[in-house]
Design a protein around this ligand. Structure first.
Ligand code: PLP
Ligand code: SF4
Length: 345
């Protein structure tokens, strides 16, 4: 695919869908197509299909392009490759490990922590990460529906101690820019809101989503805007991501990142140290390193707490304090994400 300049893109006929939407549709790739695309051994097909039936394979081409060819152990591939291990029984791994279903405060709103709420603006994602704690979550029922929006707004208006709205999902940047702008237009009438945050993996998965229109919307918002990306491995950071980050920084967006500690992907101090430094080289601060949420089907990604703490200790010995992420675990019922050192008995 040939990259287009912004000027060329704007000269496209108006009735053509934006290129990122075409890339999004193409992300529903079949296991067979993925094997061929990456020249992986055909004997993997049965295995992949077993996981695929539990939670469909989905990955955009822009992410596949960052993977090594013919390497089933590639750390980017492992994040998205369905495996038969997902079907193994694991009693301590459950469907709603972070207690989301009980913190629903209003339609599409999760209110767990003081002063900030998650707004589930869509249930859809451009990618299906195999370890996602939402893989078994009934998201189509939780996401904000246009018909309920006035009720959700009323909740935000009524609770004057809410100062930050976090667009989450799913991936909020899958909404059209016009729809995002309609949401923030309504939110801008609520005087006690002071910050907007956007949790998204799209600049990593489909960097073309960071369009001039999206940047124009971000530039006009009445609050400081923070975008929290989700990058787990240094190989995800390439020129296309760097350019997307640059476009966002140019309109004043603060960029943070959160990662999940994943066995066979990024479970050593060397990779984590390089990740934090490489993120900073493109202007992104590493915010959280999460211990895996124990969700059904993700047992094979788990890293023992002692090992996680050891990795974090080694990172602390090498990195300046501002490049050291907070190592946390989400414990249902707690007032914030819990530092792992406090989460262990
Ligand atoms: C993680 C999370 C937040 C954000 O927490 P921060 O510590 O501010 O990043 C907010 N609401 C919910 C429900 C969350 O899970
Ligand atoms: S991008 Fe985030 S929400 Fe979407 S599948 Fe991956 S981990 Fe889950």
């Amino acid at each position: 695919m040939v990259a287009r300049t912004a000027a060329e893109r704007q000269s496209l006929p108006q009735n053509l869908p934006p290129d990122w939407r075409r890339q999004l549709r193409a992300s529903a790739i079949s296991p067979d197509q993925l094997l061929q695309r990456l020249k992986l051994p055909a004997r993997l097909l049965d295995e992949i299909n077993t996981g695929h039936r539990l939670f469909a394979l989905r990955v955009p081409e822009a992410f596949i392009r960052k993977m090594r060819i013919a390497d089933p152990a590639d750390p980017l591939l492992r994040q998205v490759l369905p495996l038969s291990a997902e079907a193994l029984p694991a009693p301590d791994f459950i469907d709603d490990p972070v207690g989301d279903l009980s913190s629903r405060a209003a339609p599409g709103i999760l209110h767990k922590y003081h002063g900030r709420v998650l707004l589930l603006v869509t249930g859809a994602c451009a990618v299906n990460c195999r370890y996602c704690f939402r893989r078994n979550f009934p998201y189509s029922e939780q996401q904000l529906k246009p018909a309920d929006w006035q009720h959700s707004l009323a909740y935000l208006r009524r609770n004057t101690d809410i100062s930050e709205v976090i667009f989450s999902g799913g991936d909020p940047l899958l909404l059209s820019t016009a729809r995002l702008a309609a949401l923030t237009r309504d939110l801008s009438n609520i005087a006690h809101l002071r910050r907007l945050r956007i949790h998204t993996r799209l600049p990593v998965m489909i960097p073309d989503r960071v369009t001039p229109q999206l940047c124009a919307w971000l530039a006009e918002l009445p609050w400081p805007v923070c975008m929290v990306l989700h990058i787990n491995h240094p190989a995800e950071i390439d020129a296309s991501l760097q350019q997307a980050c640059r476009r966002l920084q140019d309109v004043g967006v603060n960029l943070l990142n959160q990662s999940v500690l994943l066995q066979g992907v990024n479970d050593n101090a060397e990779i984590q140290t390089v990740l934090s430094e490489k993120l900073y080289s493109v202007g992104v601060l590493q915010y959280y390193l999460h211990q895996l949420d124990p969700v059904t089907g993700a047992r094979h990604f788990a890293v023992a707490d002692q090992r996680a703490l050891e990795i974090h200790r080694q990172m602390r010995a090498k990195l300046p304090g501002y490049l050291l992420p907070r190592l946390v675990r989400e414990i249902p019922g707690k007032a914030a994400k819990t530092p792992l050192s406090e989460a262990m008995d």
